[in-house]
Design a protein around this ligand. Sequence first.
Ligand code: SAM
Length: 261
Amino acid sequence: MIKAKKSLGQNFLIDANILERIVNVIQIKEKNILEIGPGTGALTSCILKKNPKKVIVVEKDKNLAETLEQNFRDEVTVINKDILEIDEHSLINEKFTVFGNLPYNISTEILSKWIINLKDGFWFDHLVLMFQKEVANRIISKFNTSTYGRLSILANWKLKIVKICDIKPVSFSPKPKVDSSLLLFTPKNKIFKIEDPKNLEKVTRVFFSHRRKMLKKPFNQLFNGDQKILDKFKIDLNLRPQNLDFETYYQLTSEYENLRS
Ligand code: SAM
């Protein structure tokens, strides 16, 4: 019997219907699969049944990684490492389809890292990822909502995002305290050009540092009250950060880069 480690966010999926649902979100046959945090390998087994081309799993827990090695010997490449320390571009020179019931404490860090570190093009064709429901709602939220913010602006910059389903705590062992949601991410064909994603992070950090306050202060901080920019994007400084849509944040980041170049 495996004792789950809370520090590694170990809540193992035990619901066969949900496992089946996850592997049916997109086609796996003949694909290169990267699974993050396979744990006891329940999802890995379901993935293998769909005849992938290659399966690589990244599991930080040494004991679990050893058990996975034994159980899946020739079928799976097990990497016993922290996913945050891996350069995914170096794993394979073909595209991955990524699955992960992510450890909740680092799920947003993983997603942000993947978006920010994208070099020339995408190393994945789809991401099928499970998050804490509240985090998933922040990722998919649109402007003019209370959950809209830095995470959705960053994620929607390069990815199309669809919610597949919500998952109740009873589907896991041990049961988490919160509901979960499964999201499907697909690279966008047309991506707004930003030179350095760190500038998007900076611009959104300044705007959302006081999400209930009006736009005036952060705008002045970044653009020194530049009226031309306000007119160009028809920005009303009496609005709040959540009232500007994705596109406006990308455009403002581009202006910010122009000012600094
Ligand atoms: N996929 C399994 C399932 O659905 O039953 C387990 C999911 S559990 C929520 C998260 C898994 O990620 C655990 O197996 C945990 O050990 C692993 N993990 C936690 N932090 C990690 C990290 N930084 N890098 C790689 N794996 C990690």
